[in-house]
Design a protein around this ligand. Structure first.
Ligand SMILES: NC(=O)c1ccc[n+]([C@@H]2O[C@H](COP(=O)([O-])OP(=O)(O)OC[C@H]3O[C@@H](n4cnc5c(N)ncnc54)[C@H](O)[C@@H]3O)[C@@H](O)[C@H]2O)c1
Length: 276
């Protein structure tokens, strides 16, 4: 019997096998969860997105896979109506979605445009509020919601730029949603993951340097995997975290505790190639 035997929920944000959401899906499936997935709709009417997602979902016995563009209220409402029809109620929701226009994240924050800011905040922050609202209508007391954040929302990380501003707002939204949904005994938390090579991460300039630096500075001397993020998400989505809400759980091999380079200078001197 797994931690999620008899539980069902939705994971939003799988685009391919490298997605953090795919790592979470794998972990929850292994613990017995019944999963439904959403994906970004194809603009050209072809089924490329659905097919990509199917490579992840097939081994996990997922039968509910529907498109949902989180910039559209109508799409979100239609999606959760379909969730209700298929599942009745749900026990958990994972929001693993972010986007910023390339020109607005690759430039200094000082140069970000009003339009780029609005798009980034809409998709990376407001969407969390919007999907939490709809999902919570299908949730009983004891249910749980998790989103994905990054340390660049707490401290300045060169190259993360506008997305850092979004993550800061996302983390505060997590706390306010936890406040709103607490009386209904629905918990809301975030996993702050260390850097992982994914499609979204490729938008961040100097990402290889970020990986190298993170591994060098982190007390554990390495980076995290999406499966490890999956295990932390499983804790927050399960009854094991029954008294935890509004929490930002760091899964970054300890990087966030550091106030100095720590072991990095020694590590990088001994193995300079590991910096990239
Ligand atoms: N990869 C990292 O290093 C890292 C670290 C910490 C946090 N995160 C966060 O994890 C989450 C997942 O990102 P990932 O790294 O797995 O990358 P990913 O590219 O696999 O996932 C991003 C997802 O956002 C979806 N998305 C974008 N715009 C959308 C829209 N309008 N409607 C619906 N879906 C939309 C994409 O389709 C994709 O599934 C993001 O919030 C990201 O900021 C990533």
């Amino acid at each position: 019997m797994g931690l999620f035997t008899g539980k069902k929920g939705i994971i939003m944000g799988v685009v391919n096998e490298f997605s953090i959401a795919a790592g979470i899906a794998k972990t929850l499936h292994a613990e017995g969860a019944t999963l439904g997935l959403s994906h970004l709709p194809d603009k050209d009417g072809r089924d490329r997105m659905a097919k990509r997602v199917q490579r992840v979902s097939d081994p996990l016995d997922v039968t509910f896979i529907k498109p949902c563009d989180v910039t559209l209220d109508g799409d979100i409402q239609r999606f959760f109506e379909e969730v209700k029809e298929h599942f009745g109620s749900i026990d958990f929701l994972v929001h693993s979605i972010a986007f910023a226009p390339l020109d607005d994240i690759r430039c200094p924050t000082l140069e970000a445009t009003r339009e780029g800011f609005k798009v980034a905040m809409d998709i990376s922050v407001y969407s969390f509020i919007a999907v939490a609202r709809e999902a919570s209508k299908l949730m009983a007391p004891g249910s749980s919601i998790v989103t994905l954040s990054y340390f660049g929302g707490e401290k300045v990380i060169g190259g993360y730029n506008l997305m850092g501003v979004c993550k800061s707002a996302l983390e505060m939204s997590t706390r306010y949603l936890a406040h709103d949904l607490g009386p209904r005994h629905i918990r809301v938390n975030a996993v702050s993951s260390g850097p992982i090579r994914t499609m979204a991460a490729s938008a961040v300039g100097d990402f290889s340097d970020m990986l190298g630096l993170n591994a060098a500075v982190a007390p554990m001397g390495r980076n995290v995997s999406s499966e490890e993020v999956g295990k932390a998400a499983a804790y927050l989505l399960s009854d094991l975290s029954s008294a935890t809400t509004g929490e930002i759980l760091h899964v970054d091999c300890g990087y966030h505790i550091m106030g100095s380079p720590g072991h990095a200078i020694k590590r990088l001197t001994e193995n300079p190639a590991s910096a990239h």
